[in-house]
Design a protein around this ligand. Structure first.
Ligand code: PMT
Length: 412
């Protein structure tokens, strides 16, 4: 029995997936673990204390201020007398409390007081899961060392479709087995339409030095590329994000490599291949300063410095032209200020991509650096235009499109 003698403190949050916690208890006990259950007030709306206690063979803890429960075992002791704390279902509310260190009921107090590893199996509506507040909380919890199993992608009890379903009890058991064996690398993802796929994404600008203190850059913020990385991770992919200098946070559940110049970015991309999909979202500088100064250039130079430019390598064309390890899908972006579709079609052919995402970056669109984007998907089979959307929604739709294309075997 894989979990013989292991003590699991199971916090059952309030969500329709709470019924799966009953099966989880059964599966854990079958494997030799003991399960001490904690039921939140919301959890009690979905499963009864009696059914939880019957399956666990232990009393259910519900109340922070219960004298009887405190007499049996104080809440601090309860939080520590376990090998692992599991939260299933982990609701948006429980995750938010844990991320912010709130302790206003038994479950949140235990999560704050425990000195043991915590594993969460999130379950919530797709919009709640994709909300930036939840993304921030997940990132914070991950930074605090919390492990995640799921969520899965699929149809929800509310009729919507997407990531947010709690993973199946046996998947949680597998994650628990890994966690008690000492693994710290249970991925947030691993479920969903891109499970088992690897995606390499570039994002942000590149900085090309003029001298040790000055550089040439552009207005890319990394928001679009980072959102794609986040959406791909949530769809189950293993994601490597190669980011130029940006001031936004690394996405949760994504391996992020930070680079500065186009040549650094190319080297990081090459080191990250092979992959199933490559997405070039970065605004890579086409040129670098060939005669960059090794010392700070002095103002006294008569007439100012004369910069000579050399062409940077084209990362997208390089990846698409790989003979051996060409990703199944190579996706580029086209940032244009005029003739958006025609120039994108030219890039599609010239750089030998499967798909180009064209966007108008004229200053009045606010696309570069802003939070919204209006894109056109340009492929050999035609042009599909999407309305103006939040960059997160563009990312989610793009990831769904790419997952479909991969399922169909590749090219757009
Ligand atoms: O970062 P944000 O503020 O969210 O803004 C998003 C964005 C506008 C930067 C993004 O949506 C976008 O359009 N990215 C591509 C920017 C760009 O450099 O476009 P381009 O048309 O110059 O290049 C075409 C493609 O070739 C791009 O995929 C680019 O990554 C790639 N390229 C370009 C030059 C080069 N040396 N190497 C490359 O790989």
């Amino acid at each position: 029995m894989t979990l013989t003698g292991k003590r699991i403190l199971l916090i059952i949050g309030g969500g329709i997936a709470a019924y799966k916690a009953l099966d989880l208890i059964r599966r854990l006990r079958e494997r030799g673990a003991s399960v001490r259950p904690v039921l939140t007030a919301a959890g009690k709306q979905f499963v009864t204390p009696l059914s939880v206690a019957s399956l666990a063979g232990m009393p259910v803890h519900e109340d922070l201020f219960s004298l009887t429960e405190e007499e049996e075992m104080g809440h601090i002791e309860l939080s520590r007398a376990a090998d692992l704390v599991v939260v299933a279902p982990a609701t948006a509310d429980l995750m938010a409390k844990a991320a912010h260190g709130l302790a206003n009921d038994l479950a949140s107090t235990l999560l704050l007081a425990t000195d043991k590893k915590v594993l969460m199996a999130p379950a919530m509506n797709v919009r709640m899961w994709l909300h930036p507040a939840t993304a921030r909380n997940v990132a914070q919890l991950q930074a605090d060392g919390v492990l995640f199993a799921g969520p899965a992608d699929g149809e929800m009890a509310c009729g919507e479709f997407g990531p947010g379903r709690m993973v199946e009890p046996l998947d949680i058991v597998a994650a628990i087995e890994k966690a008690v064996a000492g693994s710290t690398t249970i991925p947030l993802t691993g479920y969903g339409p891109l499970a088992g796929r690897k995606i390499v994404i570039t994002s942000g600008p590149t900085h090309e030095p003029i001298d040790p203190v000055r550089y040439i850059a552009n207005r890319s913020s990394g928001k679009q590329g980072h959102a794609i990385a986040q959406a791909a991770a949530r769809a189950g992919a293993q994601v490597v994000l190669i980011s130029g200098p940006v001031s936004i946070a690394d996405p949760a559940g994504v391996q992020t490599r930070h680079v500065e110049t186009a040549r650094d970015m190319l080297a990081a991309v090459e080191a990250s291949l092979p992959a199933d999909i490559f997405i070039g979202t970065a605004a890579v500088a086409d040129w670098r300063v060939e005669n960059a100064g090794s010392q700070k250039m002095k103002k006294s130079l008569s007439g100012g410095p004369v910069l000579q430019f050399a062409e940077n390598p084209d990362i997208l064309a390089h990846v698409a032209g790989q003979a051996v390890q060409r990703p199944k899908l190579v996706v580029g972006f086209a940032a244009e200020t005029q003739n958006v579709i025609a120039y994108a079609q030219d890039k599609l052919a010239r750089k030998k991509c499967d798909l180009i995402i064209a966007n108008d970056v004229s200053p009045e669109t606010g696309v570069m650096g802003g939070s919204k984007n209006e894109v056109h998907l340009v492929s050999k089979s035609g042009v599909e235009s999407w309305p103006l959307l939040d960059k997160e929604e563009v990312a989610r739709r793009l990831v769904a499109t790419l997952a479909d294309l991969l399922k169909k075997g590749g090219a757009a």
